[in-house]
Ligand binder design. Structure first.
Ligand code: DAH
Length: 438
């Protein structure tokens, strides 16, 4: 499960809970764990090349060399099975460079463009957009530069993909704030793929997309208002983001909820009343002065926000399962076109799920995220959900029973192939996680 906040929607805002609370919350929600880049240029043609064989079973072929934002990434640099400082899997590597947010006819790209249009229209093109920054970043960029405490749970190997002890696949687009401030940018939007080790269900996927926004003000902007700098920034922030929410969702009811992020103070979440419930749209706040100070902006004030694109796109386009975003099947992709925000997805089929249970005695190092990684490694996107259905203690040992739901988005699965997958899962869960099957 993604760090922190118990069970959340796709782009759970991982970093919002205080570290101490984090442990408590996650272990409550899940007793077993705590939680929440290239020689080929990966243009659309090469990424569709990688995914052409829609009906082929099992994982798709993986390009072994990528280039993103001018950085060359070799598979062997990123995936090293026998290196204990590395926990990136082949299936994660296969997603790097696909950049759904850069496809204008894909729901993620359509939503990104709608948000860009909102900022262009309201700020006369002042916001500079970055959406091809390499997702491999240093631990310093991902955590230290945005003041994530040293003991914060999101830094763990259980929650974050480490390439080595100093390098991670970014777990949020906030990883780029400091450098862009240092480069002198005062208005910017960063969109990118982000990576989090997580459990499996219809709203959680280990790769998803976020957008970060930052606006810096100079004293000449807030002094005439008579407000103190923080109030001025907070007021502007709320006004901008309420406008954005109206642009995306129409005339909805909204509310602001105080929260905590390491990088902002005060920090807020914007919620909207949509389809009869309150839904979190984004996290934001007034940037911690320390971040501005360290990056050459001592006399300024700034606001920042971060939002998860899948989470919003699932609601706006009525897309019921997060795996659908990754389909190259025309029955999915042909339903969306550039500029058409909120066209309702028409499910083309609902194939039957197949459930398999497995029980085992866990050990001290067992985590659900590790289990999910093993299952995904074997079944890929054929796994719909991995759910703890029974948990008991006996003679000092703990037994877990997990129910795995297998279901393809594209076709019916045969008993034979599911049995084979399940057999592999059982074998690897035993050998890789050192648990004792019951
Ligand atoms: N980085 C946060 C996350 O992934 C999201 C976020 C919240 C970004 C508040 C921000 C912000 O810039 O101000 O959990």
């Amino acid at each position: 499960m993604a760090t922190g906040i118990g069970r959340q929607t796709p782009c759970a805002l991982l970093l919002r809970t205080r570290p101490a609370l984090n442990h408590a919350l996650t272990s409550l929600a899940n007793p077993s764990l705590f939680s929440a880049r290239r020689l080929f240029s990966l243009s659309f043609s090469s990424s569709s090349l990688a995914t052409n064989k829609q009906h082929k079973r099992g994982p798709q072929p993986i390009l072994s060399l990528l280039e993103i934002g001018g950085v060359k990434i070799g598979k062997d640099d990123v995936v090293r099975e026998n290196d204990p400082t590395n926990n990136v899997t082949d299936s994660i590597f296969s997603k790097i460079g696909l950049q759904l947010h850069r496809r204008d006819n894909h729901p993620i790209g359509i939503l990104k463009n709608a948000i860009y249009d909102y900022f262009d229209a309201n700020y006369g093109g002042k916001f500079i957009k970055f959406d091809d920054i390499c997702p491999l970043v240093s631990v310093k960029e991902n955590f230290d530069d945005v003041l994530v405490p040293a003991n914060h749970v999101s830094r763990s190997y259980n929650d974050t993909y480490y390439v080595d002890a100093q390098t991670v696949l970014r777990c949020h687009t906030s990883a780029h704030q400091a450098e862009l401030l240092r480069r002198g940018h005062s208005h910017f939007l960063v969109t990118g793929d982000v990576y989090r080790r997580d459990s499996i269900d219809s709203t959680h996927y280990p790769v998803f997309h976020q957008m970060e926004g930052v606006r810096v003000f100079s004293p000449a902007e807030w002094i005439p208002s008579g407000l103190d700098a923080t109030s001025y920034a907070a007021t502007d922030l709320k006004k901008s983001l309420e406008g954005l929410a109206r642009r995306l969702f129409g005339a909805v009811e909204m509310r602001w909820v105080d929260t905590y992020f390491p990088f902002t103070n005060p920090s807020f979440e914007l919620e909207i009343y949509f389809q009869e419930k309150w839904m979190e749209v984004l996290g934001c706040g007034v940037t911690e002065q320390e971040i501005l100070r360290r990056n050459g902006r001592l006399d300024n004030i700034a606001w920042a926000f971060g939002l998860g694109l899948e989470r919003l796109a699932m609601v706006l386009f009525e897309i019921p399962d997060i795996r659908l975003f990754w389909l190259t099947d025309k029955r999915f992709t042909s339903q969306f076109s550039g500029g058409q925000l909120g066209v309702k997805f028409n499910p083309f089929s609902k194939f039957p799920p197949c459930y398999k249970d497995m029980s085992f005695w866990i050990n001290d190092s067992f985590t659900e995220n590790n289990l999910c990684e093993v299952v995904r490694g074997i079944a890929g996107d054929l796994v719909e959900e991995v759910r703890l259905i029974d948990n008991f203690n006996k003679k000092g040992m703990t037994s877990h029973c997990y129910r795995i739901a297998y279901r393809s988005m594209e076709r019916s699965l045969t008993d034979e192939e599911i049995n084979e997958l399940q057999l592999n899962v059982r074998e690897q869960v035993q050998s890789k996680l050192n648990v004792v099957l019951r």
